[in-house]
Design a protein around this ligand. Structure first.
Ligand code: HXC
Length: 510
């Protein structure tokens, strides 16, 4: 018996070495951790339980039968993050470059199936040379099996991808179908075709980093939701994110202990909005001041900065925040910000996370660039996302809410539950100057008259009371009381039940 137990331990030790010490050292030399070290950092100490440690590939071509490392290039299993169940796979670059074989894919599929069945998030750590070249179409079939499960799991369990090495070719499409993608600066990249193919086909000369590094995907393409300095920081941030999320779409987000009074009065908010309507202010300050302990977990911080998206907690409960940022493009809605916010709203709605919308929006960004780029279709995404959302929604208009953007930003008419405005709010079809120049075109050459008309318009429309008189705004509130108001509003909505008419699925403008 003793021998048998020892044999097991020897086999396990062997499997834990993956592609061998030399390759582990090479991985470390690049500033990267190994697949197992990453899992250890991601999960609670000692909570990891592994599946399929002894699985090997079945390929017999190209002399592959000579090398059959246990585990076949991916470590899979389950464990906990702050005591909550998650499933995880972590590709092992030391084994055939983490490339995906048929059996490697089967291991990933097994934990995806378990996660869907048991209602827990999947976290995938990607570090792979792509399809296992020796296996040909078996490997492609393996990818497609993973993709299909990504799709089935979408909206059922949270799926998080962490890119910690190469992720190229069709392999990028598994992360692309998950809810969040995080990358590590300088050591990870994602692209459909690499720099060599780009050079051959388009004659462009570009490095892997420029083509698909963390900076590219968090600032330009918006494929990734966050970029971190190293593996350790990225994994710590994934732990933080998981704490905000429910385990599945039938569960509620976790309630964390909080040490911040829900009715905390924040006197500084009374002077947050500058007296000049064209002077910007930092909407992040408001978010921090509303959140429990000032904690804001921002998503897509470096992309479309004219809108802010992320998670806070109010009374220990997760709330998704969407907020116009007057510091960038005056907080205008445009193609990128609409897409960014729409995807975030849909995530929150799929996972029963209430949404707080903070509005200061002068309208949609004008111009040929926007129109040719399809701002109509992309702007409609955000409108659609809010309109289909059935989670509790609270909206606070701090300053401008003009035109179509007023409607889009979780207005009463899109079934938002509580619509508050600060006394500084201006809710109208458009700004006073533009409006005056249109309705008093005949007086355009008379600056005095135009000034009078503008002042008139401001007096009549640049306030929250016209909307409040119609019940489109439920209450005009003192800025200092905002945290208390929204905390009470969300508390009152905890049993909200709302539904859309039956349909197979909607046809959101993609
Ligand atoms: C089999 C692979 C492999 C692969 C790497 N290796 N990629 N083995 N299939 N796809 C092996 C290497 O042979 C090597 O083995 C070890 O992994 C490490 O690779 P290196 O090249 O030494 O590492 P590095 O210099 O860091 O380069 C990493 C790399 C490069 C950029 C990922 O290996 C590379 O370009 N690989 C091929 C990428 C690719 O074309 N994949 C197919 C894409 S198509 P030894 O034994 O020497 O350590 C695809 C389609 C998916 O993925 C479709 C889904 C629908």
């Amino acid at each position: 018996m003793k021998d048998i137990l020892e044999q097991l331990e020897t086999r396990r030790d062997d499997a834990r070495l993956g592609g061998g010490q030399k390759r582990i050292d090479a991985q470390h030399a690049r500033g990267k951790l190994t697949a197992r070290e990453r899992i250890d950092l991601l999960l609670d100490d000692g909570s990891f339980e592994e599946f399929d440690m002894f699985v090997t590939h079945r390929c017999t071509d190209f002399g592959m039968e000579q090398q059959k490392p246990a585990g076949d290039g991916v470590v899979t299993g389950w464990g906990t993050i702050n005591g909550r169940l998650v499933y995880v796979f972590s590709q092992d670059f030391t084994v055939f470059g983490g490339s995906l074989s048929q059996t490697h894919a089967q291991k990933i599929c097994k934990i995806q199936d378990m996660a869907i069945q048991n209602g827990a998030p999947v976290i995938g750590i990607n570090d792979s040379g792509g399809a296992r070249i020796q296996e040909g179409v078996d490997s492609l079939a393996g990818y497609a099996e993973v993709f299909q499960r990504n799709i089935e799991a979408s909206g059922v369990i949270p799926q998080i991808s962490v890119i910690m090495g190469p992720c190229a070719g069709g392999a990028v499409y598994s992360p692309a179908m998950t809810d969040f993608i995080f990358m590590v600066k300088d050591t990870s990249y994602m692209f459909v075709t690499g720099p060599d193919v780009v050079k051959t086909v388009t004659n462009e000369q570009v490095t892997a980093e420029e083509l698909g590094g963390a900076t590219t995907h968090t600032r330009k393409s918006s494929v990734a939701d966050g970029a971190f300095e190293n593996d350790v920081e990225a994994l710590a941030e994934v732990r933080r994110l998981v704490d905000f999320l429910p385990a599945n779409n039938r569960d509620m987000p976790p309630v964390r202990p909080f040490f911040d009074e829900p009715d905390r009065i924040e006197a500084s908010l009374d002077t947050l909005v500058p007296s000049n309507a064209n002077t910007p202010y930092d909407m992040k300050e408001l978010i921090h001041k509303l959140a429990d302990e000032g904690d804001f977990y921002e998503i897509q911080e470096d992309f479309a900065k004219n809108i802010l998206t992320g998670f806070i907690r109010i009374e220990g409960r997760t709330v998704g925040v969407v907020a116009n940022q007057p510091m960038v493009l005056a907080g205008c809605l445009d193609i990128d910000s609409s897409r960014k916010a729409a995807r975030f709203v849909r995530f929150c709605d799929a996972f029963e996370i209430p949404i707080l919308t903070l509005v200061d929006v002068p309208g949609f960004l004008p111009g040929t660039g926007q129109e040719y780029g399809g701002v109509i279709k992309h702007g409609a995404k955000l409108l659609f996302a809010y309109g289909e959302a059935t989670v509790p929604m609270v909206t606070v208009i701090t300053r401008k809410a003009y035109g179509g953007a007023y409607d889009v930003m979780a207005s009463k008419h899109l079934r938002s539950d509580f619509n508050y405005a600060w006394p500084t709010a201006e809710i109208a079809v458009m700004g006073a100057k533009g409006a005056t120049e249109i309705i008093h075109r005949a007086d355009l050459n008379d600056p005095e008259k135009i000034a009078r008309h503008t002042a008139d318009y401001e007096e009549r429309f640049a306030n929250p009371f016209v909307a409040a008189e119609r019940g489109f705004i439920d209450e005009v509130i003192q800025p200092r009381t905002t945290r208390k108001r929204i905390a009470r509003a969300f508390a009152s909505l905890r049993n909200k039940k709302a539904a859309m008419p039956w349909k197979k699925h909607n046809n959101i403008p993609l």
